[in-house]
Ligand binder design. Structure first.
Ligand code: BG6
Length: 482
């Protein structure tokens, strides 16, 4: 048989992070309060709380210190270099640059921090891949205008983008305007993805939803993303912009046509809609009917539609952790995800947090995406949240994580062989970080172990996990030795 195609020569190998989950230093050098900073810790069973007034005597706020990347970035980047990364996905914390989001002048100390991070990456030969917005909305914008529900956020965000693009035009080429923008198709997107806090909302998982506001917010982000692309390319025509979709692949639980139709609807709404707008530059036909059927109304101007057409992205990136099944039978057993749940697939196993593990689903998804859009694709998140044990001699034997990643990389290679133009892989996560859905530290994803527990105890010391050495070898052999 003909040999399988390999990963291309210039394939991007690295890992991902997000400022609010790793930086800590939540008030350092003029930083303002972000929406992540007012979230308490939780567990798989107890939801995180959103507290508009920070009360550190009563609650623990995991983002405040996180894993202190702010003071450990040199050490962390050195470890990335040791693994052989040629790309590092990170986000810029909006409130370091604009503490309240609405100032006209940026905070120089915040910019200087990212100058240092980018210089360190450059010296290590690592390309930054920068997410502009990853759950870091300034909390002041929630107070001013209920976050992205209000059109004003578009201009505030563009002001932030202009500062980033001008300052870093020679050091950053790859940009992601919004992380998992499609989460706003579900009510869990309200807070993290748009800073919307409707009256009565107390818990992250139980947000009071107003679909008119939520879809307006999503529309504002589409317009902001398109305008960012146009603005960025005017500043540096070499900039490359990508979408970032939380892709929870869905299968019909049975071949009952009701399940099949429901699955198609779910896929279009949750997975395809946002990519369609950002890649094709138009609102797809099915969403217009969805809005009519659900009585969803918000303002879309002719100017907005023009801007959407003019600011399409260059590559498609997405997170892939799991797949779920869709069933028209309400009695089907349910599993969870951090944003969208679904029915249990009898052929798959799941993590302790009920995320179903489905490596073959990644090949299926890559083909699905490339067939739909035909532009370069990057997997910008994928990984296993698991409890790790630090042994007395400073080791972490995470064979389960290696297994998970190995199987997913195998499927990426098969997708490349199918003909998909896959250009990079940045699994979640570089180092252990605060979990978004639960606020835990012990739902670990990193190649680098960080000594910190769910209650905030630990000395933040970094350790190389077994997966660290394994991934180093994968990168060295360009994905040949798994
Ligand atoms: C993605 C987010 O949805 O999933 C990350 O972009 C997040 O920020 C990751 O950390 C894993 O989810 P969790 O809830 O386990 O942290």
């Amino acid at each position: 048989m003909k040999q399988l195609k390999s990963f291309p020569e210039n394939f991007f190998w690295g890992a991902a992070s997000a400022a609010n989950q790793c930086e800590g230093a939540w008030q350092a050098e003029g930083k303002g309060v972000s929406i992540s900073d007012v979230m308490t810790n939780g567990t798989h069973k107890e939801p995180r709380r959103i507290t508009p007034v920070i009360d550190e005597d009563r609650y623990f706020y995991p983002s405040h210190e996180a894993v202190d990347f702010y003071h450990h970035y040199q050490e962390d980047i050195a470890l990335c270099k040791e693994m052989g990364f040629n790309i590092f996905r990170m986000s810029v914390n909006w409130t370091r640059i604009f503490p309240n989001g609405n100032e006209s002048e940026p905070n120089e100390a915040g910019l200087a921090f990212y100058d240092r991070v980018f210089a360190e990456l450059k010296a290590a030969g690592i390309e930054p891949l920068v997410t502009i917005y990853h759950n870091e909305n300034p909390f002041a914008l929630t107070q001013e205008c209920n976050g992205w529900a209000d059109r004003r956020c578009i201009d505030y965000y563009l002001n932030f983008c202009r500062v980033l693009f001008e300052r870093y035009k020679d050091v950053v080429k790859y940009w992601i305007p919004f992380n998992e923008i499609n989460c706003l198709t579900t009510k869990l997107g309200n807070w993290n993805h748009a800073g919307i806090l409707n009256e009565g909302t107390e818990f992250f998982t139980d947000q009071v939803d107003n679909p008119n506001l939520r879809f307006a917010a999503l529309h504002h982000q589409f317009v902001a993303s398109a305008r960012a692309v146009k603005l960025g390319k005017a500043i540096n025509p070499d900039f490359q912009f990508g979408t970032m979709i939380c892709h929870i692949t869905v299968y019909p639980l049975t071949c009952n046509p009701d399940d099949v139709l429901m699955t198609q609807q779910e896929d279009l709404m949750r997975n395809c809609f946002s990519g369609d707008v950002q890649v094709k530059g138009v609102y797809p036909y099915y969403i217009k009917r969805y809005f009519e059927r659900h009585g969803i109304e918000f303002e879309i101007t002719q100017q907005d539609l023009k801007e959407l057409r003019e600011g399409t992205v260059d590559f498609y990136s997405f997170s892939y952790y799991m797949s779920n099944c869709i069933s028209s039978d309400p009695a089907s057993a349910q599993v969870s995800g951090n944003v969208m749940g679904g029915a249990k697939n009898p052929y798959l196993t799941a993590t302790e947090w009920d995320w179903q593990i489905d490596p073959k689903g990644l090949r299926y998804t890559l083909n699905h995406i490339y067939d739909r859009y035909g532009i370069p694709v990057m997997v910008t998140e994928n990984g296993l949240g698991a409890r790790d044990t630090l042994t007395a001699d400073g080791k972490i034997h995470d064979a389960y994580r290696i297994d998970y990643l190995r199987q997913h990389i195998e499927q990426m290679r098969l997708a490349i062989d199918d003909g998909v133009e896959l250009i990079g892989y940045t699994p979640w996560s570089t180092m252990d970080l605060v979990s978004v859905s639960t606020g835990e530290m012990e739902k670990r994803y990193g190649f680098i172990y960080v000594d910190k527990d769910n209650e905030g105890r630990g000395d933040l010391k970094r350790y190389r996990k077994d997966s660290f050495f394994w991934y180093k070898k994968v990168i060295e052999t360009n994905g040949e030795d798994l």
